[in-house]
Every structure is written in C-alpha cells, then in structure tokens.
Design a protein around this ligand. Structure first.
Ligand code: ZN
Length: 326
C-alpha cells in the first residue's frame, strides 16, 4: 500500500522538493479481506439495483398497459424484461455475471406479475428463442415480428437443458422503454422514446402511487411529443426554457389521467409536491424551467377534482383537449 501511495506522489510531484503526505499511522488492511469486502458490497449494490428495477417495472407496467388506447405508439407485448451482459458497462460485467447470471445473449430478467408471460409459465432465466433459433430480446425485431398482429403466438423457450413451446396471447402496451438510472439526484426524464427514473427519485417516492405519478408524467411528455416541440421551439426562438413550463403543466395534467386509468390512487399522491418543497425552501416560489411547486400542487388538485367528477358521472377518463376555435 505504501509503495502505491508514494508512487502516485512521485508521478505528480517529481520536480518538487518536498512530497506532502498524511501524518498519522493509518490502519493496514490485507488484500484478501479487501477483495471479500468488495464482493460483499457489490452483492449488496446489485441487490439494491434488483429491488429498484423490480419495483419500477411492477409500478410502471400497468401505466403502459392501461393507457395503450391513448398512446400514439404501442406494441404487442408479453410482459417480460430481457437483459444481457451488453446492458452493463465493462467494469460491471463480472459482477453482473456473478450476481444476476447475465449471459452474452438475452435472457429473461423479469416476468411481470399477471402478464401473458406469467400466465404462460415463462420464468426468470429462460431464453426466448426466435423462429431462426436465435435468443430474442423482449423488444427486439424478432419478437416484434412474432407478436405483430397481437394474436396468439407460439414462442420457443429454452430453460437449462429443456426446450419447449408456449402459446401466448400478447397485450397492447405503450411502446416506450422504462429505464432505471442509479443516481442519487431526485430526477426523472423523458426522451421521446423512453422514460428514465433515477434511484434518487425512486427512493424519494414514498408509495407506488407516487412513483406511478412520476412515470405517468414522463409518459405524458412522450405521448404529447413534448421533446420534439421543445427542440422545435429552441430552434425557432433560441429559448427553450420559457416554453417548457406549459409542457410541464400539461404532463402533470395528462399524467394524472394516466395514473388513475392505471388503477392508482390520485389522492395518495397529493402530498408529493409539498414534500419536494422540503428539499429546498428557495425552490418553492421560483423555478426557471418548471412551474413552481405550489402551482403544480394546485393544478393537480384541480385535475383530481375534474377526474373524480368524470368517474362519478361514468364518463370516459380522457384529458380535455382544447376545442378548435371556429
Ligand atoms: Zn416533466
């Protein structure tokens, strides 16, 4: 250990006369123990990724499924998530192999509860095999071709040494990818094609209803083509920010409909923005790109009222669109 510390110092400070270092006796550690500790911490870290990934998919899937009728882009889906070593950066591959049994080719990482795949008996670790005998990803071209018309499909499953066919009826879901980003900042974003939640956001949300609200908000950004519109505004005016505020309000408004349609409790999300405010009082009354928290809280409350009235009247739960002026 001492050698390395000194060599770093040499590399940087060779030309200087004195080489500053720590002045206390530091505890020594042995290398095998260091390795065991590394593996143990990696195991814990991967278990945490798995917990968040499972929660995100369990919460987000109903939002994608129950809003298929309102999404401009949908796909026939069986309710599995596949992954492979390619999904990980090089320095995480060894641990992904050890902890998640990730392979060089796509295998099933998650089966959504109650989904067509779940009903057909597909299990974590299975390989979905294409008609050309290649492992398929759940959202790849082979799978999309196989499930194209949404009718019953036959999928070959490889499980250990066994291999067999299952009959499966896919369901339509909104065709946007769900992504988890292991970052502690409380954030979520939409790209037009995907929705990403940070681990910070996931841990900030106290209930599945709250997490679903964030997913639904990001889904609304995608379905309402906000990213394209913001980029368009930016090109036209050079200022994107002053145009993003109405889009945020719209994503809140449309997203709340998505949330309720997916079976979540809108009332249970009412405290979310007030809790955001607890993170920094200065952000309460001013916001550059987003509406202020009080603004969002009040408009969401008004939207909850609007939705509740429609539910009471047995009206379809669809957002109100502006009627074109005559
Ligand atoms: Zn937003």
């Amino acid at each position: 250990m001492r050698f390395f510390r000194h060599s770093t110092c040499f590399a940087g400070l060779l030309l200087l006369s004195g080489c500053a270092s720590v002045v206390t006796e530091l505890p020594e550690i042995d290398l095998p123990a260091l390795d065991r500790e590394r593996v143990s911490q990696e195991t814990e870290a991967f278990a945490e990724i798995d917990r968040l990934h499972a929660r995100l998919w369990d919460v987000a899937y109903p939002v994608l499924r129950e809003n298929a009728a309102l999404c401009p882009k949908t796909r026939a889906d069986i309710g599995v998530v596949t992954f492979s070593l390619d999904s990980y950066p090089d320095d995480m591959k060894a641990a992904a192999k050890r902890e998640f049994n990730a392979k060089d080719y796509p295998t099933v990482r998650r089966v959504i509860k109650g989904s067509p795949a779940d009903k057909a008996g597909i299990k974590v670790g299975d390989t979905l095999v294409s008609p050309e005998s290649k492992p398929m990803s759940a959202i790849g071209k082979d799978m999309r071709t196989l499930l194209k018309d949404g009718a019953q499909a036959e999928i070959r499953i490889s499980r250990g040494k066994e291999s067999f066919n299952v009959q499966i009826v896919p369901q339509n879901i909104c065709d946007y990818a769900i992504k988890l980003s292991m970052r502690s900042t409380v954030n979520a974003y939409a790209s037009g094609r995907s929705m990403t939640m940070t681990s910070g956001m996931m841990n900030f949300t106290k209930s599945d209803d709250e997490l679903a609200l964030i997913v639904a908000h990001e889904l609304a950004h995608n379905t309402m083509a906000h990213v394209r519109k913001i980029v368009g505004n930016l090109i036209l005016s050079g200022f994107a920010t002053r145009y993003t505020r109405p889009f945020e309000t719209e994503a809140d408004y449309v997203g709340l409909y998505y949330l309720v349609r997916a079976g979540y409790d809108a009332e249970a999300t009412s405290g979310l923005w007030a809790r955001m405010a607890l993170m920094g009082p200065r952000s309460v009354g001013r916001a550059k790109t987003h509406p202020t928290y009080p603004d969002r809280a009040l408009r969401l409350a008004a939207t909850r009222k609007e939705i509740a009235a429609k539910q009471l009247a047995g009206e379809p739960l669809v957002p109100n669109f502006k009627t074109p002026k005559p």
